[in-house]
Design a protein. Sequence first.
Length: 135
Amino acid sequence: MTRGRLYLAMLAGWVALTLTLTSIPNPEFGPSFPGADKIAHFGFYGVAGFLFVLWRSEIGTGAAVAVVWAAIFAALLGAVDEFHQQWIPGRSMELLDWVTDFAGGTAGGFCSVVTASMIPALLTPKNPPSRTVTD
């Protein structure tokens, strides 16, 4: 499996986990302080944005373009998630949750670019040094 496919599989798994957790009716888990749900939204979509940028960067998309696409992806995924929650008992569709999803996905994308620049082994080198045989 190529690294690009691995990152895509990780992203798909993370999205599946996120959508599964947001489909649980009447959730009674996790911290219950004010804003805890916003932290969860930001974190879950931040991871999605991080993985999205790793995937896109690995297949050759430039960093800036990958972050823009991660933000768009987070906005669309968050909109679908918020829309579907209106039919889940104990859940609701909230604009501020969607804004937090978008912000988390965008921040995660930026963090991915920074992390990949600090840990180059996360991405396959685009122009690996050629090996020459000398006498």
